[in-house]
Design a protein around this ligand. Sequence first.
Ligand SMILES: *Cc1c(COP(=O)(O)O)cnc(C)c1O
Length: 358
Amino acid sequence: MIGRQTIARINIAALIHNYRTIDQLAENSKTIAVVKADAYGHGAVPVSEALSSMVDAFAVAFIDEALHLRAHNIRHPILLLEGPMSSEEMRLARTQNFWLVIHTTEQLADLMSLPLSQRPTFWLKIDTGMHRLGIPVDSARKLLQRYRDELPSDMVLCSHLSCADDIDNPVTHRQVCALKELAEAFNLPLSIANSAAIQAFPAAHGEWNRLGISLYGASPLPDFTAKPLLPVMHLEASVIAIRTIQAGDFVGYGQTWQANRVSTIATVAIGYADGYPRHAQVGTPGFIHGKRVPLVGRVSMDMVTFDVTDVGPVICGDRIELWGDNIAVETVAQHANTISYALLAGLSSRVKRHYVTM
Ligand SMILES: *Cc1c(COP(=O)(O)O)cnc(C)c1O
């Protein structure tokens, strides 16, 4: 065996469990599987293959990600969440059955200038308050009136929630109401719910919901445990060195951590170039021999150090979990002042993905 065995095990059974569990929360909606950013680091092709018999469509951020899926024989419609980057993409979208999120008036005009036979399927994105992409509600109302007889009757009106992870925020309610009003006025289907809203805000359910982070078993909400989801990614690395240091000794770059007792330090083969967060603080947990151990010192590019004094003998080659079955990725994210999305999507290609089906 060669190589350093820094591995993300991807549990396909857990993925399917999560999809079914969440899909059942919204019986009158179709659940799009969002597989952008290489399926949040899990591998867009294997994830899409595993879900292909269950889902009606996939979503990615932009066309390259969609073409990658097509090159690997994924045949479902694929929604491009960031919309087309050029009119050339509109043509390609038609032949490839990519669904476009049209988010500016110019894009809509461009698209409507195409002969009907050349128009791709598209969703119209409304800016209900996020102020990132989309046509403002009032302009959208006028556009919809203007194009009333030309627009496909199944064109989806979509929008994105800015505070879905904060259930009680009235902004969410206002955004949902604004989109619903528009959809009802023009008798069009809608899509606004992401993972958080599918689980915690049923009023936001539409004809289509867009499921991202919770498909992978992570929660978008800080303490949200209404439905048991399973972590799909289990990240592990090996101990490659062990040393005993004295009270008063320092560990790592910048000498930021000092031992206050005789300590056993395990050096582990994962670092920020692998996507382990550089800002993980002292105390971020790892899991070895059935126990949690604290990270000590700074995370370096290829390595990280844990204080294993309290777990009994640790030897080189022992495996340590960074996140997965025993340590939630959200916990690590909290210790690194970031979010689970960034950790999962940021896992680099240096980490091998191993797929297991049960
Ligand atoms: C990424 C994304 C989603 C999925 O969000 P989650 O919080 O991961 O469920 C939904 N809609 C849009 C527009 C997105 O960009």
